[in-house]
Ligand binder design. Sequence first.
Ligand SMILES: CC(C)(COP(=O)(O)OP(=O)(O)OC[C@H]1O[C@@H](n2cnc3c(N)ncnc32)[C@H](O)[C@@H]1OP(=O)(O)O)[C@@H](O)C(=O)NCCC(=O)NCCS
Length: 150
Amino acid sequence: MFCIERIEKDRDEEALLEMAELEKETFPDSWSRKSLEETLRNPQAVMFGAWKEEVLAGYVIFYYAADEGEIARIAVRDAFRRKGAARRLLLRLEELCKELGVSRLLLDVRESNGPAIAFYVGYGFKKDGIRKKFYVNPVEDAILMSYKVV
Ligand SMILES: CC(C)(COP(=O)(O)OP(=O)(O)OC[C@H]1O[C@@H](n2cnc3c(N)ncnc32)[C@H](O)[C@@H]1OP(=O)(O)O)[C@@H](O)C(=O)NCCC(=O)NCCS
């Protein structure tokens, strides 16, 4: 079982380092520790981490404005995948959305990212459309998805 907690600026230096490491392993456009720290200072951004004992297994980064929110990042370490960490992170995020009055979650995902698409569809996200050549390095279309928080 994972422990889901909000990542806080003043106490989670170690978490930021672990996130930056996982970013590097996972995404071609990885965010550095510095950009993660800047994101944490943004009052419209929230990060949750999933810990297994002392290890950060995964995290989600979320931005919101008025009644809409965007999942900017979600990642789980290889060794901890398919154990429910990402699902637990989204459940916690949904609770926060309800507290904040956010009624719609949006995201974009590379069309070749089968595991993430299966995860989002399984969670209840709907496909809204495609944004052509949205990503670079490599160039690829994005699938746009949304989820209604009820
Ligand atoms: C997508 C990702 C975050 C899922 O994390 P996870 O912790 O393994 O997901 P969960 O264990 O919570 O999965 C919940 C359900 O989603 C679906 N799912 C998750 N990964 C899947 C996969 N690889 N293939 C098919 N279905 C999958 C399953 O229905 C799963 O339930 P089950 O294991 O009981 O069958 C993880 O694969 C990851 O970090 N990928 C790399 C980063 C990434 O692509 N992020 C998204 C960018 S938009």
